[in-house]
Ligand binder design. Structure first.
Ligand SMILES: C[S@@+](CC[C@H](N)C(=O)[O-])C[C@H]1O[C@@H](n2cnc3c(N)ncnc32)[C@H](O)[C@@H]1O
Length: 444
């Protein structure tokens, strides 16, 4: 590199041996992941699309190695997409266990869509953003546009798969647009990784890389990272798993062979069983026919028996009816006799009652007549006495009238005397006479 050109500074982290290399198209960029974490020293790092965690675990390893205060977040549904394919729960469970065990102090997995995660981050808070979700142009454009406001003044965005043009991948197209607007550099190995410096305040090391002349493999630094990256191999566990898959496949093949010979055998047995079934069906049909005949015969016998039973039943019914009629006659006769006896005794009783009543009435009549006669006599006596008393009363009243007339004439005479002159003149004499009579009676 000649004087005056920006200088690339290697750092310690870029030589780290990855603690884990899960299977991924990202493996070739692990040395650069270590390098950029040490250089950018992000306060907050977010990855959109983590899958097995190949890139994310490398970022976390570098954060821990450099003892940074970085808060790291991996956002993914951990269910896959059209490009990565759909995968099972074990992928998330494995990554979650590693993350909690080794990086739980500063890293969190956010199991949700990128859009859902947006609300959890403040604007201008993210220093390093890795966009590695669905790789169609529209998807990656949407991810960039929606997350751009979240980037800080030191913001850097990494885009994976900038070199892939198959299967509707469109990162290359977006990269062409963005790299014309922002300082950037691009690795061409490992399906391409674009580094976009969107923040105005970038560390010198990044600005130098962006300012390097040339593109792609012409740039020695980029070739250096390619060399470092391509020597990395995925962890052996997945290789073993692949071997196990191969063995399982051959077991499946063998099982298939065994299955087909079993199927042939089974076919023979099935045919035998079919023949036996046929025989059983024929035997069953014969048995059914015999049973049907037997049932018809029994039905006939049953019909004859029920005919006899109903004849016997009719006879018995008639006998019962006759006996009942005879009983009825006897009963009616007994009732008639009883009624006649009752009527006779009733008439006798009525006659006796009537006779008693007649003699009692006669006696009562005589007694009444006697009382009537006595009362007549008493009335007659009373009338006679009344008459004599009336006559006495009449005589007395006549006498009274006579006495009253006499009294009236005496009173008239007395009045005449008192009114006379001689009476008045003799008044003193009468008084003396009175006085004398009084004193004489007092002397006696
Ligand atoms: C290419 S893989 C990520 C690879 C990973 N960075 C690595 O280092 O190997 C893409 C991941 O993005 C996830 N993904 C795609 N679109 C998503 C979205 N809109 N929200 C959440 N996850 C999404 C998929 O589930 C998938 O796991």
């Amino acid at each position: 590199m000649s004087a005056g050109h920006p200088i690339f500074t290697p750092n310690e982290a870029m030589s780290l041996a990855p603690a884990r290399i899960p299977p991924s198209a990202w493996i070739g960029h692990l040395p650069f992941a270590f390098w950029i974490v040490e250089e950018a020293q992000p306060r907050m790092l977010v990855e959109l699309g983590s899958h097995h965690g190949t890139s994310y675990l490398a970022f976390c390893q570098a954060v821990r190695h450099c003892a940074l205060q970085t808060r790291c977040y991996a956002v993914d549904t951990w269910s896959g997409d059209e490009h990565s394919g759909l995968y099972g729960e074990d992928v998330f469970e494995t990554l979650n266990a590693i993350n909690q065990r080794e990086y739980g102090g500063f890293s969190a997995l956010m199991r949700m869509t990128f859009d859902e995660a947006l609300g959890y981050f403040p604007d201008g808070g993210i220093d390093l953003l890795h966009i590695d979700g669905l790789h169609t142009y529209d998807a990656v454009r949407h991810d960039f546009d929606t997350w751009l406001p979240k980037l800080s003044e030191r913001g850097v965005v990494l885009f994976h798969d900038t070199m892939v043009r198959e299967r509707d991948f469109g990162v290359w197209r977006l990269w062409a647009e963005l790299s014309a607007r922002y300082p950037s550099f691009e690795f061409q190995h490992g399906h391409g990784l674009g580094v976009l410096l969107v923040g105005a305040e970038q560390p010198q090391a990044l600005r130098s890389l962006a300012a390097l002349p040339g593109t792609g493999m012409d740039v020695p630094v980029l070739r250096l990272f390619e060399a470092l990256g391509t020597r990395l191999q995925p962890d052996p566990e997945p290789l073993l798993a692949r071997r196990i898959d191969e063995v399982a496949a051959s077991v499946t093949r063998l099982r298939g062979d065994i299955d087909s010979s079993m199927r042939l055998k089974f076919e023979d047995v099935r045919r035998d069983v079919e023949t036996l079934h046929e025989m059983a069906r024929a035997a069953e049909d014969a048995l059914r026919a015999t049973l049907a005949e037997e049932i018809a015969r029994l039905r006939e016998a049953l019909a004859i028996q029920s005919e006899q039973v109903s004849t016997r039943h009719e006879e018995a019914r008639r006998e019962c009816l006759d006996a009942l009629a005879a009983q009825d006659d006897k009963f009616a006769r007994a009732v008639a006799q009883s009624e006649a006896r009752f009527e006779a005794s009733l008439q006798a009783s009525i006659a006796a009652v009537r006779a008693d009543e007649a003699s009692a009435a006669e006696a009562r009549e005589e007694e009444a007549q006697g009382r009537f006669d006595a009362l007549q006599r008493a009335l007659h006596d009373a009338q006679a006495q009344l008459q004599s008393e009336q006559e006495q009363a009449r005589a007395l009243s006549e006498r009274l009238a006579t006495e009253e007339a006499r009294g009236q004439s005496l009173a008239d005479r007395l009045q005449d005397i008192e009114a006379s002159r001689s009476w008045k003149l003799t008044a003193p004499l009468r008084r003396c006479m009175g006085w004398l009579r009084g004193s004489r009676s007092g002397t006696d």
